[in-house]
Design a protein around this ligand. Structure first.
Ligand SMILES: [Zn+2]
Length: 249
């Protein structure tokens, strides 16, 4: 084998290897965590953020923060709160904007998205734009109704969207009305009450199969895990799923 040929082979090999490396490194993973209200999404998304050091985005939280700040966007959110299509478009805009602001996420990091998209239209919007060039993994937390109701009536949430800590049964001893992590005030969602809460669970259950089918149409499986266990066990399971997915297993 002459020297020039060996050199040529080496260059080809390097180009090939670099091509693979570059395509693998630049495909950001987006982990979408969904589940019924009270299933621990807030706790689990923040634990995952702290573990992986990825950006956590809560499209609903961003819009809620806008409402608390009385911005125009917050007012639109209030005016159109019963219009799923407009809400999905606003959440898509919030997510896209947040992802674009994070140049530090490249090349190999990922994003964690709290609870969006779930409706067929929302999934279609995201898959046609912000999810298109990214690798998507959806994890669903499953919890039975009684556990959900017991948890929800106790919980308080941090008002700062970029923090989003949820103070449920695990945090009651620390709960002084302010977030331990960022010192923002905590609030209880008005809709977390014994009358409305079971209806919200029903609504979730009715829509979740439609959501799974829609994701499947795009070749995305929704991985379900038992969210009724201790938060550390649930966290370990989510981490395993994320690592397996990232390794392509
Ligand atoms: Zn906070």
């Amino acid at each position: 084998m002459n020297k020039q040929f060996v050199h040529f082979r080496a260059v080809l090999y390097l180009v090939g290897a670099f091509g693979l490396f570059a395509s693998a490194a630049f495909t950001e993973l987006v982990v979408v965590i969904v589940g019924p209200p009270g299933s621990g999404k807030g706790t689990q998304t923040t634990m995952l953020r702290d573990k992986l050091d990825w950006l956590l985005i809560s499209p609903s939280g961003i819009l809620r923060e806008e409402k608390l700040k009385n911005t125009d966007l917050g007012q639109i959110r209030t005016d159109y709160r019963y219009n799923q299509d407009i809400k999905d478009r606003m959440k898509l805009a919030a997510l896209t904007d947040k992802m674009a602001q994070e140049p530090g996420m490249k090349p190999a990091k990922g994003f964690i998205v709290d609870s969006w998209p779930k409706s067929p239209n929302g999934i279609r919007f995201a898959m046609g734009s912000v999810f298109r060039e990214r690798d998507i993994l959806v994890v669903e937390l499953t919890v039975d109704d009684n556990t959900l109701i017991a948890r929800a009536l106790k919980r308080k949430l941090c008002t700062k969207a970029s923090c989003g800590l949820s103070y449920g049964e695990h945090y009651t001893e620390k709960d002084k009305g302010y977030c331990d992590f960022c010192q923002s005030p905590l609030w209880q969602r008005p809709k977390d009450n014994p009358t409305d809460f079971p209806n919200r669970i029903d609504k979730y259950r009715k829509n979740v199969e439609v959501m799974k089918r829609k994701y499947k149409d795009y070749g995305i499986d929704v991985q379900s895990i038992d969210g009724s266990r201790n938060k550390n066990e649930v966290h370990e399971d989510i981490l395993k799923i994320v690592n397996k997915h990232a390794a392509g297993i």
